[in-house]
Design a protein around this ligand. Sequence first.
Ligand SMILES: Nc1ncnc2c1ncn2[C@@H]1O[C@H](COP(=O)(O)OP(=O)(O)O)[C@@H](O)[C@H]1O
Ligand SMILES: [Mg+2]
Length: 362
Amino acid sequence: MQIRTLELQNFRSYEDASVTLSDGLTAIVGENGQGKTNLLEAISWIAGMGSFRGVPDDALIRLGADAAILRATVVSPDGREQLIEAELPRVGRNRIQVNRQLLSRARDLLGVVQVTVFSPDDLDLVKDGPALRRRWIDEALVSRYPKHDAVRSDLERILKQRNALLRSARGRLDGDTAFTLDVWDEKLAATGQAVRDARETLLAEMAPRLAGAYDAVARQATAVETLYEPSWDGDLASALVASRDYDVRRGVSTVGPHRDEILLRLGGAPARTHASQGEQRSLALALRLAADAIVREAGVAEPVLLLDDVFSELDPGRAEALLGALPGGQRLLTTAAWLPPAAVPDSVLRVEAGRITEASGG
Ligand SMILES: Nc1ncnc2c1ncn2[C@@H]1O[C@H](COP(=O)(O)OP(=O)(O)O)[C@@H](O)[C@H]1O
Ligand SMILES: [Mg+2]
């Protein structure tokens, strides 16, 4: 799937902009603060209905405007064209249309366009706590198995309800609360185990791609391992029973896939504490590449690659190696500075104060 045209109204710094995109490599150039990342953010919104910068939709609406509008024509490999239109109002629900048909469930847009985003913040995947790694594997699961989105939102809903109940118990469990908690525990046990199993299976499937991607980007063979560390032993139902008193006292669910860790190891040592900054950057890129490869090789989608300002953080050797490791197809990269000499864009877009102009074509 490729994005052929993109039109933005009152999206971030864009009042009204439209652009035709190359199906190969597009370089988006411009000084800092001009709107380069905003452009990639718009594309990623269409893919995932959210900002990859992790901000609420409200932040995407241009200051002073009532609604942002995104419009994209996308082309599937068989040449079929679809028109996607999204309206993000400041008040009320988002409206999404595909070929002028309103989607009754916005989530149905998931999977129409897929993207793989690389950003300098990806370093936090390696350096920060487990939350970002769980998000990485869960996003990879949804990309690989779009139906997994339902399991993921089930888990979120169950945890929200269970935590609300635990909070309202204020440290003491009466009969009614215990009965309701039983119901939520049963749901959490089933869904939680399913999420853990799915994550572990995907990690195993990803292992060879991760190793290959790391070697390619770092240009050296180093053992890369991912270790799934669940927050419980045995079956989750029993673990929930065992942790019940503790959960009630704490007022929060302390056991489940939302507390699991994915340990990353490089050359036998934890990457978070032992790897150099360069190695950590290579590993972060490899995590993105591996998730992308899984989706591509399974034939689920050909994600559009969005590389936000990644080359400025890499030494020239790693930048070159990353370019070589990228799959073909539609790729957009932003830069405020230099482009690696090996990057020969098919199209160059210049962004200045929220305006996009075609600088040159290929
Ligand atoms: N909701 C918004 N309304 C208006 N301007 C915005 C909004 N959100 C961000 N901006 C502006 O967008 C600019 C940043 O754009 P960005 O794409 O991050 O720049 P860069 O080219 O450095 O990637 C800033 O000037 C910021 O003030
Ligand atoms: Mg930027």
